[in-house]
Ligand binder design. Structure first.
Ligand SMILES: Nc1nc2c(c(=O)[nH]1)N[C@H]1C(S)=C(S)[C@@H](COP(=O)(O)OP(=O)(O)OC[C@H]3O[C@@H](n4cnc5c(=O)[nH]c(N)nc54)[C@H](O)[C@@H]3O)O[C@H]1N2
Ligand SMILES: Nc1nc2c(c(=O)[nH]1)N[C@H]1C(S)=C(S)[C@@H](COP(=O)(O)OP(=O)(O)OC[C@H]3O[C@@H](n4cnc5c(=O)[nH]c(N)nc54)[C@H](O)[C@@H]3O)O[C@H]1N2
Ligand code: SF4
Ligand SMILES: [Mo]
Length: 726
C-alpha cells in the first residue's frame, strides 16, 4: 500500500536549470553561512545551497538563506535616484549626477551655515566592510563630521562597550568550535534557534556528542529554553544581579581560579567586596530566580573544566547592557574561562556585518580599532590618508541615539541614512517622525525605495544589494567571508562603495585621501592598516578567503589560517596587559509595571522575518508564516481581560498605542507581553528605549504597557493591516 502510494507520488526535485554556482555569504544574520547561488542559462538566480565544506554551516542554511536568491526580484526596490524640494510632495526621478550634486551641495551648505557637526551620518551593520571603511574615510577624512554613527548602537554597542571595559578592546574572544569543547553553556537573552539557526545547529550537534549542561536565562520560554537543562525566567533587566550573585557563590565557596586571577586580572579586591552584597538570598528578591538555582548554576559553571557564556539582545538592549557584558566577563575571568577551548565570553552578533562596522567603519573612532582619543592613532591615520591630523576631533561625537534628539533640539540640521530604517526600528515612532520632519535635508540611501524612512527624505539614492556587489563581512566568530558579485545591480541602483566614492569627489577640501575604485583595492588598503594590530587581516586575500570558506582574524601575513581565539596567552589590551574585574552595583531604573500599565513589554524577533521586513516581507514563503503584527500573551492574563486568541487588542503605553493580534501562549509569563518588532507602526509606537549610560543602547526589552480589548474588530483589522506596509 505504502509502496504503491510512493510510486504514484515520488519525491521529485525540480530541475531549475542551474548552469553555474557562485560563491557568496548570507546577508541576513551574523552567523555568516557560506551560500552558493545557482544561475540559469540567462544568468538569472534560480536557486541556493549551503556550502558543504564551509566550516561555519557545513552545508546547512536556514529559511532566510535558502530563499535569499529571490531577493534580486523583490518588489519595492529603488531603480533610479529620486528628489524633491519638500517632504510629502511627490518625488521626481533624477540622474545620479543631479542627486549626488544636490546632496553634496546640501552637506556643504549646512556645514558652512551651522558648523561641520551639524550634518550627521548614520549607517548600518549590513553593507560590506570595504564600504564601511570607505564611508569612514569620507565621514572622518573629507566631510569631517563627528556626529557619525550606525544602527549598531541599537544592537551591539553594549557588547563593544563591555569588551572594551573588561579586556581593553572590542573583539569576541571565542568561536563556534568552542561548543565542541565546553562542559557547560550559559545562554543569556539569546534565542539561538530562531535568530541564529545555524549556530544553534552547531551547538546541538556538539551537545548530542558530549551532552554538556545548557542553562538558559530568559523571561520567556523560548525555543532555546525548551531545549535547556535549566531555564531561569529572570525578572526583566536584572541579569547583572544574577551574575553578581553567581560570582558571590563562586568566591564564597572557593570555586574560583585564584592563579588565573592573580596572573591576568586587576581589581579583584574591590570586585569581591561588591559581590558580597549579592548573596543568593538578597539577589533572589531582585532577579526572581530562587536561591538554590543560583547556587546550583554557580557550582555547575565553576566546576566545569571549561564553561562558556553566550548572549544577545536580552543583555545588550537594557539600561544595564554594558554592565551585563562586563558581568559576564567578570564571571569568566574569575573562573579562568577566557581564550581557552570551550571557555569564553562569546557575544552572538546581530546583523551580517555588525562586526565589519565595529572594526573598520570609524563610527566610534578610527579604522582598525583605533581611537580618536589617542594621539598616535590620529597621527597614523592622518598620515596614511594624507590629511591634516587636526582635521580629526579628539573625542568621538554623538551616538545614533543622541543624534536624533540633537535634531529635535536643532543642533543637527542634515542627515544621511545608509541602510537603516529608524522609522520602524527606533523606539517611540511618533518622536522619530517629528524629528525627521524637522530636518532641513535628509538623504536616504537604501536598496528599497518603499522603506518607511524614505517618506521623510529630500533625496533617495538607490543602492545595490547583497551579492549584486562584492566585498567581505565579518561574522560572530571574527571570520571574514566573501560575497562574490553574483548578478548585476538592479535597474540603475549602484553599490554603496560607488556612491561613497562619487560623494568624495564632490566635497571640496584642500587635502583629500585617495579613494580606490574596486572593493578588492580597498581590502588591500585595509590589510596595510591592520598589520600588527589585534584584528590583523594582512594574511588574507579574496581568493584565499573563498578557498578556505572564510578566515578568522587575526590572520597575519604568511599565516595559513587565522586564530580561533583571542587572549589565549592571558595578555589583554589594557595598558599592562591585564583584564579588569569591575564592580557593578545595580540600580533599578526601568519603567516597571504598575497598576495603570501592568505588563512588561518585551520585543524581539521571529525566524522567518528580518528586522523591518523590507526584504523578508516580500518573499512569499517567508511572509506567510507571520504576515501581520501580533503579540504573545499568557492565556490566563488574556482571559482576565476578556481577550481572545486570534482577536485584535490595543496595546497602550505612556508613549502611544498599537493594534495587535492576540496570540495566547504559555511562552510568556502572566505579567509580560512579547511583540516581534518587524512591523512598522507597531511595537516601537509604544516602546520607551531608556539608554544605557556607557553604550547609549536603548533598552528595547523593558517598559510598561496595558492591554485593552477592542470593540470594533473590523476597524482594528484595517489598522493592523496598515502596519504590514508590504
Ligand atoms: N530571523 C531573524 N534572525 C535575526 C534577526 C532578525 O531580525 N530575524 N536579527 C539579527 C540581529 S540584528 C540581532 S541583534 C539578533 C538578535 O537575536 P536575539 O537577541 O536572540 O533575539 P531577540 O528576539 O531580540 O531577543 C532575545 C531574547 O531576549 C529575551 N529577553 C528580553 N528581556 C530580557 C532580560 O531582561 N533578560 C534576559 N536574559 N533576556 C531577555 C527575549 O525574551 C528574547 O527571547 O538576531 C539576528 N538574527
Ligand atoms: N522594539 C525593538 N526595536 C528594535 C530591536 C528590538 O529587538 N526591539 N532591535 C534593534 C536591533 S538589534 C537592530 S540591529 C535594529 C535594526 O534596525 P534597522 O537597521 O533600521 O532595520 P533594517 O530593516 O535591517 O534596515 C536596514 C535597511 O537597509 C537596507 N539594505 C539592505 N541591504 C542594503 C545594502 O546593501 N545597501 C543599502 N544602502 N541598503 C541596504 C534594507 O532595505 C533596510 O531598509 O533594530 C532595532 N530595533
Ligand atoms: S543562519 Fe543566518 S547566516 Fe545562516 S542562512 Fe540563516 S540568516 Fe543566513
Ligand atoms: Mo541587531
Amino acid at each position: 500500500m505504502l509502496f504503491g502510494r510512493n510510486r504514484k507520488n515520488p519525491i521529485k526535485l525540480t530541475d531549475k536549470g542551474v548552469v553555474e554556482w557562485k560563491y557568496t555569504t548570507c546577508g541576513y544574520c551574523s552567523t555568516g553561512c557560506s551560500i552558493e547561488v545557482g544561475l540559469d542559462r540567462e544568468g538569472k538566480a534560480v536557486s541556493a545551497r549551503g556550502v558543504g565544506d564551509a566550516d561555519v554551516n557545513r552545508g546547512k542554511l536556514c529559511i532566510k538563506g535558502i530563499l535569499e536568491y529571490e531577493l534580486f526580484r523583490t518588489d519595492g526596490r529603488g531603480s533610479v535616484p529620486l528628489m524633491r524640494e519638500r517632504i510629502h510632495e511627490p518625488f521626481r526621478q533624477a540622474s545620479w549626477d543631479q542627486a549626488l550634486d544636490r546632496t553634496a551641495a546640501e552637506i556643504q551648505r549646512i556645514q558652512e551655515s551651522y558648523g561641520r557637526d551639524a550634518f550627521s551620518i548614520v549607517s548600518t551593520g549590513q553593507i560590506m566592510t570595504e564600504e564601511f571603511y570607505t564611508l569612514g574615510k569620507l565621514a572622518r577624512g573629507v566631510i569631517g563630521t563627528n556626529n557619525y554613527d550606525g544602527n549598531t548602537t541599537l544592537c551591539m554597542a553594549s557588547a563593544v562597550s563591555g569588551y572594551k571595559r573588561s579586556f581593553g578592546s572590542d573583539g569576541p574572544p571565542g568561536c563556534y568550535e568552542d561548543f565542541e569543547h565546553t562542559d557547560c553553556l550559559l545562554a543569556i537573552g539569546s534565542n539561538l534557534p530562531e535568530q541564529h539557526p545555524v549556530i544553534y545547529w552547531r551547538m546541538r550537534e556538539a551537545r548530542e556528542q558530549r551532552n554538556f549542561p545548557l542553562i538558559v536565562v530568559d523571561p520567556r520560554v523560548t525555543m532555546l529554553a525548551q531545549n535547556a537543562d535549566m531555564h531561569l525566567p529572570i525578572r526583566p533587566g536584572t541579569d547583572v544581579v544574577l551574575l553578581n550573585s553567581l560570582a558571590q557563590v563562586i568566591l564564597d565557596e572557593g570555586l574560583h581560579e585564584q592563579a588565573y586571577i592573580d596572573a591576568h586580572t586587576e581589581g579583584f579586591e574591590a570586585f569581591r567586596e561588591l559581590v558580597e552584597q549579592y548573596d543568593p538570598v538578597s539577589a533572589a528578591r531582585i532577579c526572581g530566580i530562587d536561591e538554590d538555582s543560583i547556587r546550583n548554576v554557580a557550582r555547575l559553571y565553576a566546576k566545569a573544566p571549561a564553561a562558556m557564556t553566550i548572549w544577545t539582545m536580552g543583555i545588550n538592549q537594557s539600561t544595564h547592557g554594558s554592565d551585563g557584558v562586563v558581568a559576564i566577563n567578570n564571571l569568566n575571568l574569575i573562573t579562568g574561562n577566557i581564550g581557552k577551548p570551550g571557555g569564553s565570553s562569546l557575544s552572538i552578533t546581530g546583523q551580517c556585518n555588525a562586526m565589519g562596522t565595529r572594526e573598520w567603519s570609524s563610527c566610534s573612532g578610527l579604522p582598525g580599532y583605533r581611537a580618536l582619543e589617542k594621539e598616535q592613532d590620529r597621527r597614523e591615520i592622518a598620515e596614511f590618508w594624507g590629511i591634516d591630523e587636526d582635521f580629526f576631533p579628539k573625542k568621538r561625537g554623538m551616538f545614533m541615539t543622541d543624534i536624533l534628539p540633537a535634531i529635535e533640539t536643532g543642533q543637527i540640521k542634515g542627515l544621511w541614512l545608509i541602510a537603516t530604517n529608524p522609522m520602524t526600528s527606533m523606539p517611540n515612532t511618533a518622536r522619530i517622525r517629528k524629528t525627521l520632519e524637522k530636518l532641513e535635508f535628509l538623504v536616504v540611501q537604501d536598496a528599497y525605495a518603499d522603506v518607511e524612512t524614505n517618506e521623510y527624505s529630500h533625496v533617495f539614492l538607490p543602492a545595490a544589494l547583497w551579492a549584486e556587489k562584492e566585498g567581505v563581512f565579518t561574522n560572530t566568530e571574527r571570520r571574514v567571508n566573501l560575497i562574490r558579485n553574483v548578478v548585476d545591480p538592479f535597474a540603475d541602483s549602484k553599490p554603496d562603495l560607488w556612491i561613497f566614492n562619487q560623494m568624495a569627489r564632490r566635497i571640496e577640501r584642500e587635502r583629500k585621501p585617495n579613494f580606490p575604485e574596486t572593493s578588492e583595492q580597498v581590502f588591500e588598503e585595509m590589510k596595510e592598516l591592520s598589520k600588527g594590530r589585534l584584528l590583523d587581516i594582512s594574511g588574507m586575500s579574496y581568493d584565499r578567503i573563498e578557498q578556505q570558506r572564510g578566515l578568522q582574524w587575526p590572520c597575519r601575513e604568511g599565516e595559513e589560517r587565522g586564530a580561533q581565539r583571542l587572549y589565549s596567552d592571558g595578555v589583554f589590551q589594557h595598558p599592562g596587559g591585564r583584564a579588569k574585574l569591575i564592580p557593578l552595583p545595580f540600580v533599578d531604573n526601568n519603567e516597571c509595571p504598575d497598576e495603570e500599565y501592568p505588563f512588561w513589554l518585551n520585543s524581539g524577533r521571529v525566524v522567518e522575518h528580518f528586522h523591518s521586513r523590507t526584504r523578508t516581507g516580500k518573499i512569499g514563503n517567508q511572509n506567510k508564516f507571520s504576515p501581520t503584527p501580533y503579540m504573545e500573551m499568557n492565556p490566563d492574563a488574556a482571559a482576565e481581560l476578556g481577550l481572545e486568541h486570534g482577536r485584535y487588542a490595543r496595546l497602550v503605553s505612556r508613549r502611544g498605542d498599537a493594534i495587535v493580534l492576540v496570540q495566547c501562549t504559555q511562552r510568556v509569563p502572566r505579567d509580560m507581553v512579547f511583540v516581534p518588532f518587524h512591523f512598522h507602526e507597531c511595537v516601537n509606537r509604544v516602546s520607551l528605549g531608556l539608554l544605557d549610560p556607557h553604550s547609549r543602547q536603548p533598552a528595547f526589552k523593558q517598559c510598561a504597557v496595558r492591554v485593552e480589548p477592542v470593540a470594533d474588530q473590523e476597524a482594528a483589522a484595517k489598522l493592523n493591516l496598515a502596519a504590514r506596509a508590504y
